[in-house]
Structure formats: structure tokens, C-alpha cells
Ligand binder design. Structure first.
Ligand code: 4GX
Length: 250
């Protein structure tokens, strides 16, 4: 059985709690497919004020997450799983962009994955040098902390584990698997606000429906995210359809 093990290090464990205890992630945890442990970095401070951050050397505004407590937390994790190996990831806007390919790779990861969440502006560089294997960013924008990014990584990787999605849900697993955007979807009623469901979807002809969906996926990708076509899994037939769509859209 494939299984994912995450250790999350954060100053705000409560941010992770809700999302890990709802819906598909909750079910994956209950089934033993996803194992998550969330540790508070503050528990690894050693002074009486439980100081996790400090002002930056060289001056300037903002606070820097101290190295000491994070080193202690890593030691505690390693001591809790003797003989195991770990992959440590820092969530940061300086990281490589997280994408579906990295999600797929992580979903097959055998090592226990440590997700380090910085709050405040920064983290002491010696943590990155000595403890961090990889920096990942979930996008080119600035969050208040790494916790939401850690949840994104856990969510995207966990849903790719066999058994996490039910049969109904797993049909959607491949919607990005070929690198294309999804085709449009419709459900009852057949007419809504004067707009009709495309006839082909009511036809019962599954070959026609598959062709329509593929064409719509290609069309959506061509219009909304043409950059994805460079790396998408395309057949010769797909390329012909795209040529036709480009003509039509001119
Ligand atoms: N994708 N942030 C991390 C604090 C911080 C700064 C530098 C380590 C180094 C983000 C993102 C993100 C905001 C999380 C700054 N920690 N994380 N935080 N975008 O914006 O992952």
C-alpha cells in the first residue's frame, strides 16, 4: 500500500487543523493512506519566553525565524523515527514553482516529508543551508506564512495516492494528467436561464461525447492557457483539431 508521511513544522498548528480534518484528506488519514503530524516550533524553544523569532542582523524591519528551535525540532523528528530517511521542504516564495509533476513525484515519495513553514518575513539562512533539501513555492505571490502552501502540497500529493479518491472522484484525477485543461461539465436541468446543455451530451453516443470533450479540452487550453500546449500529451489527431481551432478562432 502506498502511503504518505508528512511532518509539518509551524508556529501556527491551528491553521492546518481544519483542512486536514475535512473531506478527502480526513478520509485518507482515517484509511491510513495519509499520515500527518503537526509540530509547533515554539515547543522546541529553550528560553523562558519561548522565543522563536528575532530581529535581523544588519538591521531593517521584520523578524527572522531563529535557527535554534528549528534545529531542535528536526532533531526531535529524527529521534522519533530512528533509521528512517527524510525529505525536508521549505515553503517559500524563493522556491521552485510547485506543479502537477512535482505533486506526482511527491505522491510516490517513500521518505518522511518534513514541511517547514516560515511565518514572519524570513528564516535564518543557516536553516536552509544545513537542513533544507528543497525550497518550493506555490506561486508568485506573498502569503502570511508557509502553512497554506504546506496544505496545498499535502492536498495535491495525497489525492494522487491510490485509494484516496473514490471511483466517482478518480475519474477527475486524470483531468490534468495529460497536461490539458478540463472540458466543460453540465448536470440537470437540460435548460437553465435559457441556456441549453450541448446536444451531444444528451445523445447517448459515447464516441461522439469523448470526441467533443477532447475538442473542448483542447479549445479551453488553447484559449486560456496556450503555454500548456507546449508540454501537453498530444496525439496527431489532437494537433489536427488544434489547427482547426486556431483557424476558427482567428
Ligand atoms: N509559496 N510565503 C513563507 C516566510 C518565509 C520567507 C522566506 C521562508 C523564507 C509562499 C509561497 C509564501 C510567505 C511563505 C513568506 N519563509 N510559500 N513566508 N508563495 O509566500 O510558498
Amino acid at each position: 500500500m502506498r502511503r504518505l508521511n508528512f511532518e509539518v513544522l509551524t508556529l501556527f498548528p491551528g491553521i492546518l487543523e481544519g483542512p486536514l480534518n475535512e473531506s478527502i484528506l480526513k478520509r485518507a488519514r482515517d484509511k491510513g493512506l495519509l499520515n500527518t503530524s503537526v509540530r509547533n516550533i515554539r515547543d522546541y524553544t529553550e528560553d523562558k519566553h519561548k522565543t522563536a523569532d528575532d530581529s535581523p542582523y544588519g538591521g531593517g524591519a521584520g523578524m527572522v525565524l531563529k535557527a535554534g528551535p528549528i534545529f531542535k525540532a528536526f532533531e526531535a523528528i529524527k529521534a522519533a523515527y530512528p533509521g528512517e530517511s527524510f525529505l525536508s521542504i521549505l515553503l517559500s516564495p524563493q522556491g521552485r514553482l510547485f506543479d502537477q509533476q512535482r505533486a506526482e513525484e511527491l505522491s510516490g515519495e517513500k521518505r518522511r516529508i518534513i514541511l517547514l513553514c516560515g511565518h514572519y518575513e524570513a528564516i535564518d539562512e543557516r536553516v536552509i543551508d544545513a537542513l533544507v533539501d528543497e525550497e518550493l513555492s506555490i506561486g508568485d505571490y506573498v502569503l502570511t506564512g508557509g502553512e497554506l502552501a504546506a496544505l496545498v502540497v499535502i492536498d495535491a500529493a495525497a489525492r494522487l495516492l491510490p485509494g484516496v479518491l473514490g471511483d466517482e472522484e478518480s475519474a477527475y484525477r486524470d483531468s490534468f494528467g495529460d497536461g490539458l485543461l478540463d472540458h466543460p461539465h453540465y448536470t440537470r436541468p437540460a435548460e437553465f436561464l435559457g441556456r441549453n446543455v450541448p446536444d451531444v451530451l444528451l445523445s447517448g453516443n459515447h464516441a461522439d461525447i469523448d470526441r467533443w470533450r477532447r475538442r473542448e479540452a483542447l479549445k479551453a487550453t488553447l484559449i486560456k492557457r496556450p503555454d500548456l500546449l507546449a508540454t501537453a500529451d498530444l496525439t496527431d489527431e489532437d494537433r489536427k483539431i488544434l489547427e482547426g481551432l486556431r483557424q476558427e478562432l482567428e
